[in-house]
Ligand binder design. Structure first.
Ligand SMILES: [Zn+2]
Ligand SMILES: [Zn+2]
Length: 189
């Protein structure tokens, strides 16, 4: 499948040229693709992702170094409250020229993990996905010491620092109170 030059995360490197050492800075903002992040914490689809990139032509391709910044939405895994945060992800990737033999095996085929230019175009999306996911906590919390939910009533303990329940009635007393003998004694008084 060929890259679409109009796709928001496809970058045209024509202006950079191919003379090794040539550099260009690019800033751009693109809408976030779907499913960017993990289930409990992700960049909302369509929200802006800001890129600051440095492109550098090297012998075998274009070296892309940069930062992507985006907002995050998710839920605390302990208390389920909504989390709004932002992610700043750094990355660096070499995009090899289409016609370059770098990373091509002598008998055909090539390493799957090589990023390749298509003509002058490169795709930032795989790069963005890898960089963002790496930055996300495996188990997001609303705060590091989130006390979670009350196991008896489900209240969010971070909202109620003094939250507690009256001591439950001792089950042995509860049993005695229900004994018919005791009830009869009381009625005679
Ligand atoms: Zn929490
Ligand atoms: Zn409670």
């Amino acid at each position: 499948m060929r890259l679409d030059p109009r796709a928001p995360l496809v970058l045209d490197t024509r202006e950079l040229g191919r003379r090794p050492g040539s550099q260009r800075r690019v800033t751009l903002s693109a809408p976030a693709p779907a499913d960017l992040g993990i289930e409990v914490l992700r960049v909302p689809e369509g929200s802006p992702v800001s890129f600051e990139l440095r492109l550098e032509a090297v012998m075998e391709g274009v070296l892309v170094t940069g930062t992507a910044q985006a907002e995050l939405e998710g839920e605390c895994v302990r208390c389920l409250v909504d989390i709004h945060d932002e992610v700043v992800a750094d990355f660096q990737e070499l995009f090899v020229y289409e016609e370059s033999d770098t990373a091509r095996h002598p008998h055909g085929g090539e390493d799957d993990d090589v990023s390749r230019l298509e003509g002058d175009l490169l795709d930032l999306e795989p790069l963005l996905r890898d960089a963002v996911v790496l930055m996300l906590p495996f188990q997001p919390l609303c705060r590091d010491d989130c006390p979670g939910l009350c196991i008896e009533c489900g209240a969010r303990l971070a909202d109620e620092p003094g939250h507690h329940h009256e001591e439950p009635v001792d089950p042995r007393w509860a049993a005695l109170q229900g004994l018919p003998g005791l009830a009869e004694d009381r009625s005679e008084n």
